[in-house]
Design a protein around this ligand. Structure first.
Ligand SMILES: [Cu+2]
Length: 136
């Protein structure tokens, strides 16, 4: 006689709020397109920085508080003036010409935060934008 057993299958629900769709920002001399990106407090935001320019560009969100920051630079020279390391949760990513880099972070506060390219002269030339974070 064969005694059959039940095989239990446990499905683990992923915890945490759903991430929004990735937002692509094109960088070129000297602008972001679009100039505004959006987020929601407590939900992961993913930005793909697609550099269609001839120079290196980056994407820095200024003055925000965020957790879970992950930045994957692409095609960036070692001389890049990156904020990586100087501030563990700096919301910053960089891409070399023709490359696409990815930035993920979870905003902790609502508000409008300036975005700017930190390559010298680029912000002054108009390479700025806005991240608008709304409450859930
Ligand atoms: Cu730039």
């Amino acid at each position: 006689m064969i005694v059959g057993g039940l095989i239990g299958v446990v499905v683990l629900a992923t915890s945490g709020p759903a991430a929004g769709p990735a937002q692509t920002v094109v960088a070129r001399e000297m602008a972001y397109v679009p100039i505004e990106v959006k987020g929601v407090v407590g939900r992961p935001v993913t930005i793909q920085l697609k550099n269609e320019g001839l120079l290196e560009h980056d994407f820095n969100v200024l003055g925000i508080r965020a957790s879970g920051v992950k930045a994957v630079d692409a095609g960036v020279s070692s001389a890049h003036g990156s904020a990586h390391g100087s501030a563990p949760e700096a919301v910053h990513v960089a891409a070399g010409p023709g490359k696409t880099s990815t930035l993920t972070f979870t905003p902790l506060v609502a508000g409008e935060f300036p975005v700017a390219c930190s390559v010298p002269g680029h912000k002054e030339a108009g390479m700025v934008g806005t991240l608008t974070v709304t409450a859930e």
